[in-house]
Write a protein that binds this ligand. Structure first.
Ligand SMILES: [Ca+2]
Ligand SMILES: [Ca+2]
Length: 185
């Protein structure tokens, strides 16, 4: 009976994990198991991609890695991403045209000026609305994609212009077999 209970509880927890865990392709990570090339911060892992891509291509790459283009949910998270950018200073990114920002997961594709995250929330509801000075300005009438400025603050950015970007993978310490086992002790 105990084994049956453990099995049922495991299935239940895994179902909850898949329902509320990372929008990845099924692989769920615990905090001490960073995916390749990713570094942990609070409840997620992050990877800075140095090779510039368009916003759409960056999204695809993050998705293929089991994550998503980073969604900023707090000032702490924004500051962490800014620290990641600081490891790639302007004089290191010699071959990169747009050196001062990274693409992140928000846009105003649906309605001009109404910025939403790629998980469908307003920036307010997502937890971080801090624009860089003079932003968003929809420069040239052509800026529907989101980026984070090196000195801090969000900017709207042309979707077809390639730039470095940061992917995020959510972690949830509940969502591993090991944690399921621990929960039965
Ligand atoms: Ca996030
Ligand atoms: Ca702009």
């Amino acid at each position: 009976m105990l084994i049956l209970r453990i099995l049922l509880l495991s299935v239940l927890i895994l179902q909850i994990c898949y329902a509320y865990g990372s929008p990845s392709q099924g692989k769920i990570y615990s905090k001490n198991e960073a995916p390749h090339g990713y570094i942990p911060f609070e409840n997620s892992f992050y990877k800075y991609h140095r090779v510039p891509q368009t916003w759409a291509k960056a999204r695809q790459i993050c998705d293929a890695e089991g994550g998503y283009l980073a969604i900023i949910n707090s000032e702490d998270e924004a500051n962490f991403l800014i620290q990641m950018m600081a490891k790639y200073p302007v004089d290191v990114l010699t071959d990169v045209r747009h050196k001062n920002n990274v693409l992140v997961g928000f846009h105003d594709y649906f309605e001009e000026g109404e910025f939403v995250t790629i998980d469908g929330k307003s920036l307010e509801n997502s937890g971080y609305v801090y624009w860089a000075p003079g932003q968003p300005n929809n420069y040239g009438g052509n800026e529907q994609c989101g980026s984070l400025w090196r000195k801090g603050g969000l900017t709207d950015f042309p979707c077809a212009t390639s730039s470095p970007f940061i992917c995020e993978i959510s972690s949830d310490t509940l969502c591993t077999i090991r944690d399921v086992e621990n929960s039965n002790q």
